[in-house]
Ligand binder design. Structure first.
Ligand code: PHE
Length: 370
């Protein structure tokens, strides 16, 4: 790519370091993409204010993947071939990141997803994707945390699972929850599925209700989860409803309403209530910048940006290959959502938080270590 577009400098000896963001800025999971991008922007702003990296300022270029896999492929291609970024952050949703990883591999540009928890993002069929990294835990951990919470904390003996079949994230979590819950001696009494953009869930929820489960696990994103929770309560389903990080959006409360969300729990990457000084400092800075409490996506977006900055510093270079090698060596990096040491599969091993929804508020229930 050096010398393309009439410029005589390569991306690595330019005066600025360009970083791309492939995010869901509009569409079905727009609150996710905007939070993650805002978190990353705040991190780069802080780093630039402190003098930049290697004496250069960081320039963040965000592209909208519209919450669609094909648009995610387009967005990362544009960032790499036209904008000539040295690394890409994003996407948020696992399916959208899976649509981008091959472009990063082919162009030899590091990709860090702040939030995609499906294991296949970094390792497919036992083969590591050398250029792909993440700053979040993975679903085998998250799914087992929720299954154990159902068996041990809620004493559930039976469960139903309601899966979003258009999402790799949802399908992956379904498998892990089923395995762990069954291993704990529990029984899955109903397994049903829907697709993104569905509106009416009542026929399926009626079937689930007839199976009389102690809990219902709904590993999906806020837009559909909001409607499902609302319709489930309207049908008189009162049992605990369980979810995962895809529930973390202010829109969930808007769509479902506070009352329907009582007796609901989900796993997440951090809680803004955590008294850890790093969390407190980040929450203050984010509130000052955007006038909102940062959700987990904002915290992970910030952490993904800091993970990249740390790698560029240690590499002493903004050359993509050197950044990639430094990323793989990341050890004991203290960030907002925890301490990051990347394992051989480019995954951090980090704790999860269980959040209870109560009268429209998120209550930090417990922290689960791996
Ligand atoms: N983990 C989700 C996925 O892989 C994305 C997500 C992360 C959503 C954090 C909300 C909060 O698709």
């Amino acid at each position: 790519v050096a010398g393309c577009g009439g410029s005589s400098t390569t991306s690595s000896d330019a005066k600025e370091i360009k970083i791309g963001g492939n995010f869901e800025l509009t569409g079905g999971v727009a609150t996710f993409g905007n939070s993650a991008a805002n978190g990353a922007k705040l991190a780069f702003k802080e780093v630039n204010a402190a003098g930049g990296v290697l004496g250069k300022q960081l320039v963040f270029i965000a592209a909208d993947n519209k919450s669609e896999p094909s648009e995610s492929t387009n967005a990362i291609t544009k960032l790499i071939t036209q904008d000539k970024v040295v690394a890409v952050l994003g996407a948020v949703a696992s399916t959208n990141t899976l649509a981008a990883v091959q472009v990063a591999q082919d162009n030899k540009i590091p990709l860090i997803t702040p939030t995609s928890t499906n294991p296949r993002v970094t390792v497919e069929n036992g083969k590591l994707r050398e250029w792909v990294f993440r700053s979040c835990f993975i679903d085998p951990f998250q799914g087992s945390v929720m299954a154990n919470f159902a068996s041990k904390s809620l004493n559930a003996k039976t469960a139903a699972i309601y899966t979003d079949n258009s999402s790799d994230y949802s399908k992956g979590l379904t498998e892990v929850f089923e395995q762990t819950f069954t291993k704990n001696g529990g029984k899955i009494v109903a397994k049903e599925a829907f697709l993104q953009k569905d509106q009416d869930f009542k026929a399926t929820l009626t079937k689930i209700k007839a199976a009389n489960p102690d809990v219902i696990f709904i590993p999906a994103y806020y837009e559909e989860v909001g409607k499902i929770v609302k319709q489930a309560r309207e049908l008189g389903i009162t049992v605990p409803l369980l979810g995962a990080d895809g529930w973390d959006s202010p829109k969930l409360l808007e769509i479902a309403g506070a009352a329907a969300l009582n007796n609901a729990y989900f796993s997440n990457h951090y809680s803004p209530e955590d008294k850890d000084p790093r969390v407190v400092k980040f929450v203050e800075a984010y509130k000052k910048e955007y006038g909102q409490v940062p959700d987990a996506l904002a915290a992970l977006g910030y952490d993904a940006a800091m993970l990249l900055v740390d790698a560029i510093k240690r590499a002493g270079s903004a050359e993509p290959a050197k950044i990639k090698d430094a990323l793989a060596q990341t050890k004991n990096l203290q960030l907002v959502t925890g301490v990051i040491t990347l394992d051989a599969n480019h995954n951090p091993v980090k704790s999860a938080a269980i959040i209870e929804l109560k009268d429209g508020k998120q209550i930090f229930k417990e922290k689960i270590n791996p």
